[in-house]
Design a protein around this ligand. Structure first.
Ligand SMILES: [Ca+2]
Ligand SMILES: [Ca+2]
Length: 167
C-alpha cells in the first residue's frame, strides 16, 4: 500500500510517511500509556543518598502524617501495622517530576499492602502481591503531593519500614 503511494507522486509519499509517523506515534503513546498505568516492581539499585528517617505517629488513619518534600534523597518510615484495622496514611510532596519508588518491608508472616494516590488524593496504584517486600516504581510523576496508605490483612501486629525515593 505504501509502495503504491510512492509510485503515484511526491504528495502521496508525504501522506504515507505522515501516516507511518502518526501510526508510530500512536503506538508509542499507547505503549507509554500502558506503561504509565502499570507499576513495575523491584529496585534498580540506584539510591541517591542516605535516607531521611521518620517514625510513624498515630493517629494517622484519617489524617495523613506529612513526610515533607521528596527531592534527591530517600525517605524511610518506621511504623507498625497493629492489626488489619490499622490504616497508616502518609503524604509526600514531590518537588519535581520523578520516577517514584515505594517499598514496604516487614518481618514476620503478616500480609501487608500499600497504595499510592494520584495528585488528587485518589488511590490509583495498589500493591498487594502476597510477597515481602512489596515494591513499586511509578514512572514519571509530576511535581505533586501524593498519599501513601499502608494497611495489613493480618490481625497480628507487624513492624514495617516504608521506603520512598526518586529513581
Ligand atoms: Ca500504625
Ligand atoms: Ca494508623
Amino acid at each position: 500500500m505504501i509502495a503504491r503511494g510512492e509510485s503515484i507522486g511526491a504528495v502521496r509519499v508525504t501522506d504515507a510517511r505522515a501516516r507511518r509517523a502518526r501510526t508510530a506515534l500512536a503506538l508509542a503513546l499507547s505503549l507509554g500509556g500502558l506503561w504509565l498505568a502499570g507499576c513495575s516492581s523491584g529496585d534498580d539499585g540506584v539510591s541517591p543518598g542516605p535516607p531521611t528517617t521518620y517514625v510513624e505517629a498515630e493517629p494517622n488513619d484519617f489524617n495523613a502524617q506529612s513526610l515533607g518534600a521528596l527531592d534527591s534523597t530517600d525517605i524511610t518510615v518506621g511504623g507498625a501495622a497493629s492489626s488489619d484495622a490499622d490504616v497508616d496514611l502518609f503524604s509526600i510532596t514531590l518537588s519535581e517530576p520523578m520516577d517514584l519508588f515505594v517499598q514496604l518491608d516487614w518481618t514476620g508472616g503478616q500480609d501487608l499492602e500499600f497504595a499510592v494516590s494520584d495528585d488528587q488524593g485518589v488511590f490509583v496504584t495498589f500493591v498487594d502481591t502476597g510477597a515481602r517486600p512489596e515494591a513499586c516504581t511509578l514512572p514519571v510523576l509530576g511535581a505533586s503531593t501524593r498519599l501513601i496508605r499502608v494497611g495489613s490483612r493480618s490481625s497480628s501486629p507487624a513492624n514495617y519500614v516504608l521506603t520512598i525515593g526518586p529513581r
